[in-house]
Design a protein around this ligand. Sequence first.
Ligand code: HSE
Length: 339
Amino acid sequence: MNELKIILMGFGAVGKGVAKAISVKKDNIKEKYGVTLKLVAVADSSSSAISESGLDEDLLLKTKETSGNLASYPEFGSKINGEEVLDVVEYDLLVEATPTNINDGEPAKSLTLKAFNSKKDVVTSNKGHLALFFSEMNEVAEKNNVQFKYEASVGGAMPIINFAEETLPSSKISSIIGILNGTTNYILSRMTSEGSSYKNTLQESQQLGIAETDPTQDVEGIDAACKTVILANSILGIDATYSDVEVVGISKITSEAIQLADKEGYLIKLIAEVSKDALKVSPRLVKKNSPYAVDGTLNMATIKTDLADEVTVVGKGAGSLETASAMLTDVINIIKTKN
Ligand code: HSE
């Protein structure tokens, strides 16, 4: 293989990060693996740019920034979107970065299944279809003999799924305990350092673009619960779905509780626990100088194993380029299997 034709679905923060990452890294990838990454279609929710001969990443980003969509991409812009994009151009790999939908996993689920059934590999950052239909999605990938990679769905740039599979295969993993949501970690860290209220800190993080306008998924623990399910299935082999996770968010945490914990040498963190006995997301007290004491939007996870004892990973849990870095790693891992 000397060329990889990619369809990129979703052109929000993560999708744009993927275009940027490809623009910056494609020469290195070509040099190291002999493969040219070629974006043949990029779509957002209402428009697309499609060209068999390849699109220019920087022009895609500029078009989106100036017009808000991709229909005005010179010569190749169109109103085609959704599943139809997968019908109108030849491709090898679907990179799927549409927004997470925890109600029915769409549109990620249908896009992904359509790609699998056309014998195409898929890389995703999406959590909805994985948290709701993990086994089904993986079964269809297996049946079609294609690869399904989702490192970016948990912890952004923090290595975890590939790390467990590729770096710790000698050990049996019994649990993963960690901080799997950057927004809530930022809010709790600021409440601790500034002594500020939950409400004001949430507003501050919305102004900074860390928390979303509707922060429910993050602050009520839904995002972390999705990631808990993905880790349970992918690393511990537990056949679980989203409704199996016990979830409590951080919206009831007061600055008084944080200060009280602080005086005793503790921090309050939103902790996810993944084990045979518990699938749980809840605020917990952690010791100040423990591996759980990471600040800001950082994520961390302590992986408990039989041979290697405990291994802790830390990394940026959110961010456009950070999340895209995990997706590009998945793309490279797929290239390596084909060379
Ligand atoms: N909103 C998530 C977080 C990032 O704050 O960690 C995407 O999973």
